[in-house]
Design a protein around this ligand. Structure first.
Ligand code: PMP
Length: 457
């Protein structure tokens, strides 16, 4: 039963019998075989039947940044596993210390690194730090503001900070103390405005909300630099200046969620580095070790950290948080090597260059009647499909899925957003490994063209 070399049919049968897959209606497996991947090299993955695909999704959820089969990462992990696989609690180990040092060099404005396992968990820590930090300073600032359409994770606080009702419905009640501001989504401005005449009202909504809730009660605001799962939405250039100014004015900590954006995905090492903004805290995961191991971090300034040192006695005034696997030595060793590869091989530059090339190829499809907008930054691109370009009405349910299936026929994997409750979130997504080359981009564009034509878009 434990033989992973068993044949394809046996594995498919067992998958159908035992697995409960993430974020999918299992009924689909009555008609469609579950996908089972068995190996990968570079940008290519092979499924259990031996079919090869160009992975335009970096492992399904945008995280294999250096590609598959990168021996430098797996060897670093293996070496560390043999030397010291694990020792955690309140202790450190050389790879975690060196990784922390490296991250603070990449972002000198953030000097402390707290290590955990997943993006959701990293955000939980950020929320806890932002609340306790304020309480240690004698303030009861506890409210947390998020942006509609942003996603911050699956755990309850992270979900309470998530602006996608489709991820929440059925799991309520959420936690109290979380409040949303409008998305920075010019294609469908929820405030009915048009850029640039809008005075960035979606960012200024933050100030209105802080004033309405009471500045003395608001601890932090969490934002993705570029909204990922909510539709690959790139903010306008002025956005973060306005946000940062408001945060400073009301002593609200700015938390940047770089779980997807981080490590070259958008053409810079971190997404927020496209703009002149310095977060007080930052969370990241996925690309940090290219997901060869689970790993996430929560970073903070020394100004925040120092407040946790002001213990006047035995008051438990320190960050009383622990994750058993936080600081896993092997994961951190993998991350260190992964970051070195991103730097040595200039993968941020490649992400920017190949991303522009991909965008150029896909932009042509904007002339098609059902392609509303092609958008993105670096190797992170989305195509929003609409029934009608004028009304921007959503395409019928299932069409995005048909396009993805048609792209797959051509041996290329791309993704789509899950349907949103408001119906419009029909966005095709592309986020290939950062090592991708021009001819592979051509293959993606050709496959998307074939699929859009086949599905009559
Ligand atoms: N933040 C963002 C922006 C994400 O996209 C995700 C996951 N896709 C998370 C947080 C949660 O990460 P995880 O799934 O590792 O908990």
């Amino acid at each position: 039963m434990t033989d992973i070399s068993m044949n394809a049919d046996q594995l498919v049968k067992l998958d159908r019998e035992c697995m409960w897959h993430h974020i999918i209606q299992h009924k689909i497996f009555d008609a469609v075989e579950p996908t089972i991947m068995v190996e990968g090299k570079g940008c290519m993955v092979k499924d259990v039947h031996g079919r090869e695909y160009l992975d335009g999704l970096s492992g399904g959820v945008w995280c294999i940044n250096v590609g598959y089969g990168e021996d430098r990462v797996s060897d670093a992990i293996h070496r560390q596993l043999k030397k010291l696989p694990y020792y955690a609690g309140s202790a450190g180990n050389p790879p975690s210390i060196l990784m922390a040092k490296k991250l603070t060099e990449l972002m000198p404005y953030l000097q402390r690194v707290f290590i955990s396992n997943s993006g959701s968990e990293a955000n939980e820590k950020a929320f806890k730090i932002s609340r306790q930090y304020n309480r240690l300073k004698g303030k009861d600032k506890y409210k947390i503001i998020y942006r509609e359409r942003d996603y911050h994770g699956t755990t309850f606080a992270a979900m309470s900070a998530t602006g996608q009702p489709e991820r929440i419905m059925g799991y309520e009640p959420l936690l109290p103390g979380f409040y949303g501001i409008p998305p920075v989504y010019c294609y469908r401005c929820s405030l009915g405005k048009t850029y640039p005449g809008c005075d960035i009202a979606c960012a200024r909504a933050l100030e209105k909300l802080i004033l309405a809730e009471g500045p003395d009660t608001v601890a932090s605001v969490i934002l993705e630099p570029i909204t990922a799962g909510g539709g690959i939405i790139v903010p306008v250039d002025e956005y973060f200046n306005v946000i940062q100014e408001i945060c400073k004015k009301y002593d609200v900590l700015l938390i940047m969620d770089e779980v997807v954006n981080g490590f070259g995905r958008t053409g810079k090492m971190f997404g927020h580095q496209h703009w002149d903004v310095k977060p007080d805290m930052l969370t990241t995961a996925k690309g940090i070790a290219s997901s060869y191991m689970p790993l996430s971090v929560t970073m903070a300034t020394n100004d925040i950290f120092k407040v946790f040192l002001n213990d006047p006695g035995d008051t438990l005034a320190y960050f009383r948080d622990i994750s058993t696997y936080g600081g896993c030595a092997a994961a951190c060793a993998g991350a260190l090597e992964n970051i070195k590869i991103i730097e040595d091989s200039k993968l941020c530059e490649n992400s920017e260059k190949m991303g522009s090339y991909l965008m150029e190829g896909l932009k042509e499809f904007e002339s098609l009647p059902f392609v509303g907008q092609v958008r993105g930054k670096g190797l992170f691109v989305g195509i929003e499909l609409v029934e009608d370009k004028k009304t921007k009405a959503p395409v019928s349910e299932g069409l995005a899925g048909k396009v993805v299936a048609a792209v797959k026929e051509k041996g290329v994997l791309i993704g789509k957003m899950n349907r949103s409750i408001s119906g419009y979130n029909n966005v095709l997504t592309m986020a290939p490994p950062l090592i991708i080359k021009k001819d592979e981009i051509d293959r993606i564009v050709t496959a998307v063209k074939y699929a859009l034509e086949k599905c009559r878009i």
